[in-house]
Every structure is written in C-alpha cells, then in structure tokens.
Write a protein that binds this ligand. Structure first.
Ligand code: SF4
Length: 362
C-alpha cells in the first residue's frame, strides 16, 4: 500500500525532517509519509518570521558563560563524559540526590526532554538546582512546549545560570507521550532554536539520528544546523559504532570537519558526542524502547537482560560500547543515554557514575 503524503508537517518545521521519521518513512504522528523526504535538504536561511517584531527587546550582550568556556576547554583536551540525568521530574530532593551521586564523576549531565515525564521544571530552574549541587548541566530545550519568546527567556535564564551547553530539540509531538491534552506549539524548530541559543552566547548542540530516513541526507541536514550555530552533535543510537563512524565520516566529508566560511563566522569544526544506550534492568530497557527511531547494536538488550546480574552486565556492555565509540575519528565524547524506572533513579545514577569511572580511566 502506498503511504499518502501529508499536506504539511504537524510540527510546522522549517528545517525538517525531524528525528521522528519512522523507519518506513512515515511521520511520527501519522501513517502518512513525512513531507520532507521527497524535498531537497533545506539550506539555512535564517529564522522564519511571518510578522516582524514591533520593537527590539533589550537583550543582554551575548557572553559565553563560565560553564560554556569550561566545557569548550575540556572538549579541546580530552573526550568528555556526559550522562542523561535520571532524577524524578518536579522533585527537588531526587534532583539533589542524583546530582550528588554524579557530581565529580561525569563532566556534565544532559537534562532534557523526557517522554516519560512531559511536565518538568523549566530548563533554567532545573539547571540551577543541578548546578547548585556542583554538577555541570547540558540543558535541553524543546520547541513543543514554548514559543520563540518563551525560548528566548529560557536561553537568557540558562546563560545566567551558566550552563555548560544548550541542547536544542524540536521535541516529540504532543500526540505521542503522556500529554496529548496540551496544545503543541512548534513556533520554531531545533535548527532555528540553535541559532537563537548561539546568539545568546551558548555552546549549542543538536541531535541527529543516522539511522532515521532520509539516511543518506542526515549528514547534509546536520551541516545546515552547523550553519545555524550548532557546534556539537549528539549522535543518537544508530546500531553500534560502525554506523556512527560512517555518519561522522560522511558529515566530515561534506564539511563538518572544516571551519565555516567568513560569512558564516562560526569558525569551528563540528564536534560529535556519541550516545551509548544504558540498560541495567527490564524497566530501563522498556524506557529506552520508547526513544524515537531507536536502533541498538544487535544482541545488546538480550545480552543484558538474559544475564544473572543485569546491573553488572549493563555496565560492562556500556563500557565496551563506549570504548568503541571513543575510538571513532571525530568523536569528542560520549553520552550515557537512558532513563530509570520510578524509584530507581539513584540506583541508575550509580550505574552511570560507575560506567563513567571505568571509561575515564581507560
Ligand atoms: S516526521 Fe517530523 S518532519 Fe516529517 S512531517 Fe512528521 S513531524 Fe514533520
């Protein structure tokens, strides 16, 4: 059966396709074909405005935060170890507990959107809570829940908190996940938000999914986010080290390894952080399976879940895959990616810390 074409993108993306295209080319929120699959890669041409602002808001001069400067310095000298932050949403005690476990054992935590908990503290407040515990934050901001003015406010707040980085995602549609009652915003998309975050002085990252259609054009799309202002790409789960290496190689051949030209004024090569899936029990495996366009190395889950001690086996599997990822030319760090079952956040944090300990000494 031929899959119909959508009339328009449900996320109103300018720089699509998003990372939610299904492996058969259908849209994240519809059985119809993603509208971007049959279009050429959209070149960076600025932030779309249907109406010009009436007045220019008094935005502070963009200054790289202390956190961004520290992270750039680290990236320049050694691979960085980042971990998804597993604390319970809206629970300051859980945030403090998990931050206490991870502080000093990873270089930063990626505190971003979570399919299991759409309702979160605002990014800048969550970053403040985590950084108060001495742990650097790579803050996720999504375009689903806030318009451009709200995004600009969050980016200003995150600059004031002094986060290590800002990870820009368009976000899963509200028709997926736990809150279909909420109106989806999608005023901007991740590429446009990357430009805003760059203008606010942040170290900016985006995600890219090498295994998600259109596979052959994902590297070209990444380059357009680089032109918008992204400096770091978190490479999503693509089935192991080989497909990640192929993706990075293709992006570098297209230009990600070179400095951009003077008109684009960014002057830095794209840095890659490879995601490593973290599974330590059946619940964390179930949560990982909810990730959009997930492709894991063959046998990865079976190996862990069939083990007598999945916690220890999960740590070993992640360390092995992490070492492989760190061997890839262009990889400047890894992100320990996954989430915990309710009530197991501290235990999951301890697993992340042990994996990081082992990788840091290898
Ligand atoms: S898959 Fe994503 S980019 Fe494509 S039409 Fe659907 S929402 Fe838009």
């Amino acid at each position: 059966m031929t899959i119909a074409l959508l009339a328009e993108c449900p996320k109103h993306m300018e720089y699509g396709p998003c990372g939610g295209v299904e492996l058969d080319g259908s849209c994240e929120v519809s059985p119809a074909r993603c509208v971007f699959l049959d279009l050429p890669t959209v070149r960076w041409h600025g932030i779309e405005r249907s109406v010009e602002p009436r007045a220019v808001d008094p935005v502070p001069e963009p200054v790289a935060s202390a956190g961004a400067m520290r992270m750039r310095a680290l990236l320049a000298i050694r691979p960085v170890l980042v971990a998804d932050f597993p604390a319970r949403a809206l629970d300051a005690a859980s945030i403090a507990e998990c931050a206490g476990i991870l502080s000093g054992r990873v270089d930063a935590v990626l505190a971003g959107d979570a399919g299991a908990a759409r309702l979160q503290f605002p990014p800048s407040y969550r970053a403040h809570l985590i950084q108060s515990a001495g742990l650097a934050v790579w803050a996720g901001v999504n375009c689903r829940d806030r318009n451009r003015v709200a995004l600009e406010g969050e980016l200003a707040g995150l600059a004031h908190v002094g986060v290590a980085g800002v990870h820009c995602v368009t976000g899963d549609h509200t028709d997926t996940g736990s809150r279909p009652d909420a109106a989806p915003v999608f005023d901007l998309d991740s590429t446009e938000t990357a430009a805003l975050a760059h203008s606010a002085g942040h170290l900016v990252s985006v995600g890219e999914s090498p295994a998600t259609p259109p596979v052959e054009r994902r590297p070209a799309r990444l380059l357009e986010t680089m032109r918008a202002g992204a400096e770091v790409c978190f490479v999503n789960h693509a089935g192991g080290a080989a497909p990640v290496a192929d993706f990075i190689d293709a992006a570098q051949q297209l230009g990600a390894a070179q400095q951009l030209d003077a008109a684009q004024e960014l002057g830095a090569a794209m840095m890659f952080i490879a995601c490593v899936p973290i599974v330590i029990d059946h619940e964390s495996a179930a949560l990982l399976r909810t990730f959009t366009a997930l492709v894991l190395p063959e046998g990865y889950l079976d190996r862990i879940l069939a083990a007598r001690d999945p916690f220890t086996e999960g740590i070993s599997a992640a360390v092995e895959l992490g070492r492989e990822m760190l061997q890839i030319h262009g990889v400047r760090g890894i992100d320990l990616s996954g989430g915990a079952a309710p009530g197991r956040e501290a235990w999951f944090s301890e697993a992340l810390a042990r994996i990081s300990d082992e990788l840091g000494t290898s």
